[in-house]
Design a protein around this ligand. Sequence first.
Ligand code: NAD
Length: 475
Amino acid sequence: EKETPHQKDQIKTSFSKTKMEANLEVLRESFKNGRTRSFEWRKNQLGCLIQFIHDKENVIFEALYQDLGKHPVEIFRDEVGIVLKSANNARCSLHKWMAPKKKSVPLLFFPARGEVLSEPFGLVLIISSWNFPLSLALDPLIGAISAGNTAVIKPSEYTPVFSSFLAATIPLYFDNKAIKVVEGGADVTEQLLQHKWDKIFFTGSPKVGRIVMSAAAKHLTPVTLELGGKCPAIFDYSSVHSNMKVAAKRIVGGKWGLCAGQACIGIDYVLVEDKFASELIESLKRILKKFYGENSKNSTSIARIVNEKNVERISNLLRDPKVAASIVHGGSIDKEKLFIEPTILLNPPIDADIMTEEIFGPLLPIITLNKIEESIEFINARPKPLALYAFTGDETLKKRILSETSSGSVTFNDTVIQFVCDSLPFGGVGQSGFGSYHGKYSFDTFSHEKAVMQRSFLIELDPRYPPWNDFKLKF
Ligand code: NAD
């Protein structure tokens, strides 16, 4: 008897589900038998990661060029260099991170000892995004390994060359019974989410973040959500104009210099006082020319848009005639070459998609205000951003920004560099996510902090036990 197409699909799904479950069972077993817990295993696997990057640096450059048109210098700065730094830091700090932390306990319990023991969760799922395919997959993995977990990485299907390179190469370097790559798109992620995980670390959009969190709720699995949103930059011209050239470079770098604006911490829009907008725009144009030449389309220093779907999505943000009319620089689009020119817009309508949705591309709206202090209200009227940038030398304004707004991070007088500081937690708040990682925070994110109390039999205080009486109340 012939199978119907529907039956065939069902058989295929249940077969791959069983295969996936069998693969996961190998990882669960490795965790259960203690394979990943020792200091030696963790250090060794971090060493394998470092070796993998060193050996494959050129292949990584090529894959990310093919997927995103990124220049090797940009890839080294944002991915290879960052992951090597994280892995080396984790390897050097591992002993200290793993050590139980002594804690004081109330004298009442004397003699007793308290400590906090960092224990691995078990089997963790890392779902990553496509804009920084190497660092968004391997930086969390460094945390997962350091903390002694087994892990599955699900890279983004939008960077297929890198994804298949990772799937083919990870098994050659890492412990196959503990670390695996599963390739695929939303359907595969949906399947993965049906399994039981001990922790899920997700990088992506708030929309899919909700799907991940609902799936995790079924098993009460803890999640870290590294999401996106609109990151504002406040430009207080009067207090920084003497450093205009440097400030403009940092804005251009923080917008177009990061994967052509396809970055969660890239500037989404700039807030500036009315009277200084044209000065700011002229400075940005000068720097754009300096960085990318007369015709940025010929530049190899700016990444390409990841795929046609995203070129379309970004183009649609410009489709509204009122938005198109607000373009003051750039605006050309070459769908075939996956290129969108660095584009500046002055005061597009606040209720247009470009100002309500995350841009995640090379368009920069400049929004003008009467007084720069109004930027606080403007930001607070929108979801909490992942990063907030403010160019200002005004200490009162700085204090107000810190105390009156909420965001994953605040960086004064620069952009993006907070991402590289392992001493600072990297993560969002509200709609930009929750939980954090980088440096020691990565280790903590993939660990459960177990409270341990050691007590002796020497002293026993009877008033803690019934029967209750007035004497015990006074005690
Ligand atoms: P996305 O949410 O579409 O995809 C992220 C991952 O989820 C991918 O691996 C994808 O395969 C999977 N996925 C997509 N749809 C799914 C579904 N319906 N069910 C289950 N899984 C699904 O995001 P993206 O396009 O990869 O990245 C863009 C977003 O990610 C932006 O919002 C950006 O700000 C954010 N981002 C955040 C960070 C950060 O560190 N906070 C870093 C990079 C990107």
